[in-house]
Structures are given as C-alpha cells and as structure tokens.
Ligand binder design. Structure first.
Ligand code: IMP
Ligand code: MG
Length: 172
C-alpha cells in the first residue's frame, strides 16, 4: 500500500484546534454542552477538541456506516450504534472528521434535530467543498482540503493510518 504524504502537521492541527475551541466556546449558547462524535473517524479530533473547550461537557458517540456503492451515494446512512443519552433540552455539538459530499452530515442533522436539542451545531476538522452534493451547514471547520483522499489523525484508508499524528494524502 502507498504511504501517506503529510499535508498538515501535528503542530498545525493542534494550533487550529485551540482556535476552533475558542470560537466554539464564544459562539455557542452558554451552559453545559453535549459533544457527539461520529465514529470512528472523529475520535482523535474530538478527544483534543473537548479538552480545549472550557465548560461542562458530556461526550457521546454515534457509529455510522454509509449505504450504497462507491459511485452512487444515496445519502442514507445506517446508524450502527446509537447515542446512549437523550439530547432533549441539551446544547449539542456534532463532531465529524471530514465533510465530503455532505450527505452523512445532512442525514445526521435530521436525525439528531428530531430529538429536540436546545441547540444543534456542527464541527468538522476538514471540509472538501469541491465535493459537496448537498448544502449542509458546517458551523466550525478546521481546514478546507482539496479533492484528495486524506488519512491520519483519526481518518483511515482501509482502516489503516488512523493513528498518524498528522494529516496526509494518499499519493499513487
Ligand atoms: P460524506 O461524503 O460527506 O457523507 O462523507 C462521509 C464520510 O466519509 C466522512 O465522515 C468520512 O468518514 C469519510 N470520508 C470522506 N472523505 C474522506 C477522506 O478523504 N478520507 C477518509 N475518510 C473520508
Ligand atoms: Mg466520518
């Protein structure tokens, strides 16, 4: 398998997360926050992000799997494992590793929005705007990246490379 080539260093990721956390803390309604991570890609990003937001936080996770084949995405995602806590009356921040077509985030926003949270915001470490198929609000974005397959810092290629401390691209 090809090795990833670094495009965003671990130092740059750490610095950007400090900015994101400050921005999130300043813009979200005050009070306790429930941070919902989308497994598995968001686990490392979320771990760093929640430690940088200075307020009371509860953490929960969703496991999802996209339906459909590689060429036709239906936008239907299967929830493999659901949250363990209700969202009613909670301020909620949904955390994704990367927003690509936008279909996954759009679906999850509908599902979580139906659970009557007090507020619902979205945060993604990365966004590939050139790939978007559907308009979806991403309130906080770490970095915009070009249309290349990225790995590292939680993101995988065939389940590998999640443990890389930097973000890389797979070059052939
Ligand atoms: P969507 O196309 O926005 O629905 O993206 C759904 C999911 O695909 C993301 O949450 C990622 O887990 C995964 N994904 C999309 N692009 C990449 C990539 O470049 N590298 C690794 N995972 C990706
Ligand atoms: Mg993901």
């Amino acid at each position: 398998m090809h090795r990833p080539v670094e495009i965003i260093s671990a130092t740059a990721v750490a610095a950007r997360i400090e900015d994101l956390a400050r921005d999130i803390h300043a813009k979200l309604p005050p009070g306790p926050l429930t941070v919902v991570g989308v497994l598995r890609g968001a686990f490392i990003f979320m771990a760093d992000l929640v430690r940088a937001i200075p307020r009371d936080i509860t953490c929960d996770f969703l496991g999802v799997r996209s339906y459909g084949d590689a060429t036709v995405s239906t936008g239907v995602v299967e929830i493999k494992s659901d949250l363990s806590t209700p969202l009613e009356h909670r301020h909620v921040l949904l955390v994704e590793d990367i927003v690509d077509t936008g279909l996954t985030l759009k679906y999850l926003l509908e599902v979580l929005g139906a659970r009557a949270p007090a507020s619902l915001h979205t945060c993604a470490l990365l966004s590939k705007p050139s790939r978007r198929q559907i308009e979806v609000p991403v309130d906080f974005v770490g970095f915009e990246v070009p249309d290349e397959f990225v790995v590292g810092y939680g993101m995988d290629a065939g389940q590998l490379f999640r443990n890389l401390p930097y973000i890389g691209v797979m070059k052939s």
